[in-house]
Design a binder for this molecule. Structure first.
Ligand SMILES: *Cc1c(COP(=O)(O)O)cnc(C)c1O
Length: 716
């Protein structure tokens, strides 16, 4: 493919360096990471940790020098050996546990995947969850194949104007800098598949991302052979109107199944990560009927082998389209299913209050035999919300279970903490990290050592924040107030709260400003300052969210808060790493029960950044009384003003009476023992339970393996 250029040859001694750079597994392997850091640290920083781009930019002398340096060559050899081990398919948790399923695979469909900042094909939590799921599946040897979209313009970059208004800009991805390669068919040709869309056919190119054992295939319509409007279909994540969206979803579902076939894959189980991919069902029914099944038998087989995860109780998160739109764009997809068209369309029928529409969640709920929500509380909320799907079935019996989300520990844990865990939990701690008993050893880490690491992580964060402010100042000449708002006046030793998430009304980003005078007193307390760092994007079409962002930004500009409120722009995986590792407390105050799970708090908690949160999503089951704090205003219901006031009051009381005093209660050496007890309990209780390892094992044990047992088609 013409956009994919070849790199200049590498020195012989380092001839697999490109292979290492382009396999995203490097991103969570300590040795592979240090290969690139050591190779050229300034370039590592300048490319925001993009080794593929580094290899384009690095001067040849540097490579030759590295090849001749025995210490570097040794590090490189260890990383390459680890890469080979990470790709080997034998002797993994999966092969040891499920030898009877050798050769079976699971296709995992998602509209977004957050794997690394160098591949901007994600918007937020859904993508992070999908990315962490794939990474952990790879670590466990679970034969997962990801299917998603290659968005050439990705998700937008955020700029905030002097007035605090979010502005979006899209950058075309430089293909050569991305960790992708053309996916090849079994006969070695670039995979291009045709998807019927309306009365025409759209060509879809397929890109491959490697992550150790797991491969992810990304669909891309930006091919010269396509009409200009079709080339744009995959341009942006969540861009465009309803018409674009329904076409994207047809490409993802129908095109994804076709692409897998063209690639020679024949997955046994299909996991739909959110309703966006539910058209998978259409192509699968069609394939099965063309192989001789009746419509009903095909539907039953799909029921046996489809897993569906729903991710939000917020109505806007469930795509629904007018029937005429769906019929128009599906016109070419029916083939031999033509006579059953109405039966298929009925699978998506749902009235969400605005009349009956074709609803992607309804289609997925009616087609999948395994349906789950992403926390226990969200399970209950989902069973209530979608009750009309199961008329007459009482709430607890409706077929929606819960698999609480988790985060990929090697991705999110700070390197300095990983070193500390290796010392006190055992060198092989990562191999056993979903075992809760392992983590009791955290209690034995000397407070002074843990505190030194925590202080160091906060300093990395401030260096990062200051560098970003410096960049805006020198490159974009933003005025002084915005330099203050970017965090220039933050104190590296002061108690720091992080609040980073999408700006949406239900997340109540302004709650902490409910009583501005009281907050200002807490922030500016002599000798015990508190500071808050905000980050997050608002959906480009969500003006309400943008107004929330603007009001928060204005607080950051307000001298009343003494420069102790900061807003870091362009939140992405890179920013998230610094924030979840470097803050002291992670704040989360959604309007209950609208936060299905949340995962940023898990990332923070395992780094010893205790959670300060409403008892919503994962925290309803994660809080144990000693591992953080629960904000509970004691009020619920539809009087939002009353709920907000009560919750804000509860938040202030926790800050005044518990959080701030514990943080500043120091011994003669400056170590806050009371604080560190909460830090340790946060790590001990949360790291194993809210790890992606626990989560992926649950998906395998409760959903994938039973589906493999249940299937009837293709059995020998
Ligand atoms: C973890 C993460 C999220 C999801 O965080 P929530 O707690 O679910 O809001 C969103 N965006 C980025 C960049 C993340 O790293």
């Amino acid at each position: 493919m013409n956009r994919y250029a070849a790199l200049a040859p590498l020195p012989d001694r380092l001839n697999r360096l490109h292979e290492l750079a382009i396999d995203l597994w490097w991103a969570w392997n300590v040795e592979a990471r240090s290969v690139f850091r050591t190779l050229d640290y300034p370039l590592w920083r300048a490319t925001a940790h993009n080794p593929v781009r580094m290899l384009w930019l690095i001067p040849r002398e540097k490579l030759d020098w590295a090849a001749a340096d025995p210490a570097f060559a040794q590090l490189y050899d260890r990383a390459i050996a680890a890469l080979d081990a990470a790709r080997a398919a034998h002797n993994t948790w999966w092969t040891r546990t499920y030898p009877q399923h050798t050769g079976h695979s699971i296709a995992y469909f998602s509209a977004e995947f957050a794997l690394h900042q160098s591949l901007p094909i994600y918007a937020g939590g859904l993508g992070v969850l999908a990315g962490d799921h794939c990474k952990e599946a790879g670590d466990l040897g679970v034969p997962l194949i990801g299917v998603g979209f290659m968005y050439p313009q990705g998700y937008f970059h955020q700029h905030v104007s002097a007035e605090g208004w979010q502005e979006e800009s899209y950058e075309r991805l430089t293909w050569a800098d991305a960790p992708i390669e053309p996916a090849l068919t079994p006969d070695g040709k670039p995979c291009i598949t045709a998807v019927p869309l309306g009365d025409r056919s759209v060509l879809v190119a397929v890109w491959r991302v490697r992550m150790g054992r797991v491969k992810l295939y990304l669909l891309d319509t930006d091919l010269e052979e396509n009409a200009p409007w079709d080339r744009e279909l995959s341009a942006r994540l969540y861009g465009g109107d309803r018409e674009t969206r329904v076409q994207q979803e047809i490409i993802l579902g129908v095109g994804g199944v076709r692409a897998l076939k063209a690639l020679g894959s024949d997955p046994v189980v299909f996991h739909l990560n959110e309703g966006h991919a539910a058209f998978v069902v259409l192509q699968r029914i069609r394939d099965l009927t063309e192989r001789g099944s009746s419509f009903d038998d095909a539907l039953e087989e799909i029921h046996r082998t489809t897993v569906f995860t729903t991710h939000t109780p917020v109505p806007a998160g469930h795509d629904a389209f007018p029937f005429h739109l769906v019929e128009k764009h599906l016109a070419g997809c029916w083939g031999s299913l033509g006579p059953h068209r109405d039966r298929f369309l009925a699978l998506g029928a749902h009235d969400n209050g605005a009349g009956v529409q074709f609803n992607m969640t309804a289609l997925a709920l009616r087609s999948a035999g395994s349906v789950n929500a992403v926390s226990q509380l969200h399970g209950q909320v989902t069973r209530e919300m979608w009750g009309s799907m199961w008329p007459g079935v009482p709430e607890p019996e409706r077929p929606v279970s819960s698999v609480t989300n988790g985060v990929h520990v090697p991705t999110w844990l700070a390197g300095d903490l990983a070193d500390l865990f290796a010392k006190y939990l055992g060198a092989d701690w990562l191999d056993r990290h979903d075992d809760p008993a392992l983590w009791d050893a955290v209690l034995a880490i000397p407070d002074a050592e843990l505190w030194a690491v925590r202080q160091g992580l906060r300093r990395y964060l401030f260096t990062f924040v200051r560098d970003r402010a410096r960049q805006r100042w020198s490159e974009e000449h933003v005025g002084t107030p915005r330099i203050v708002a970017a965090g220039t006046l933050l104190e590296p030793e002061a108690l720091t709260i992080g609040f980073a998430r999408r700006f949406a009304g239900y997340k109540r980003p302004e709650l902490i400003f409910h009583d501005a005078d009281r907050l200002a007193r807490i922030l500016n307390a002599p000798g015990r300052p508190l500071q808050i760092i905000f980050a997050g994007k608002s959906h480009p079409a969500d003006d309400v969210g943008k107004h929330h962002l603007q009001r928060v930004y204005r607080r950051a500009l307000d001298p009343v808060f003494g420069g102790r409120v900061a807003f870091v722009d362009d939140y992405d995986l890179h920013v998230a790493h610094f924030l979840v590792q470097g803050c002291d407390v992670w704040l989360n105050n959604p309007r209950k029960p609208l936060e299905a799970s949340g995962t940023s708090g898990m990332k923070a908690a395992l780094n010893g950044v205790p959670h300060l949160s409403i008892g919503d999503g994962w925290w309803a089951e994660g809080f144990n009384g000693a591992n953080g704090w629960m904000i509970d205003g004691g009020t619920s219901g539809n009087d939002y003003d009353a709920v907000d006031a009560a919750d804000a009051n509860a938040l202030y009381r926790l800050l005044e009476e518990e959080v701030v005093p514990a943080f500043y209660d120091r011994d003669a050496a400056g170590v806050p023992h009371r604080w560190l007890a909460t830090v340790k309990e946060s790590i001990r209780s949360i790291a194993p339970r809210f790890s992606a390892r626990r989560m992926v094992k649950e998906y395998v044990e409760r959903m994938y393996a039973p589906a493999m047992e249940r299937r009837t088609v293709g059995r020998t």
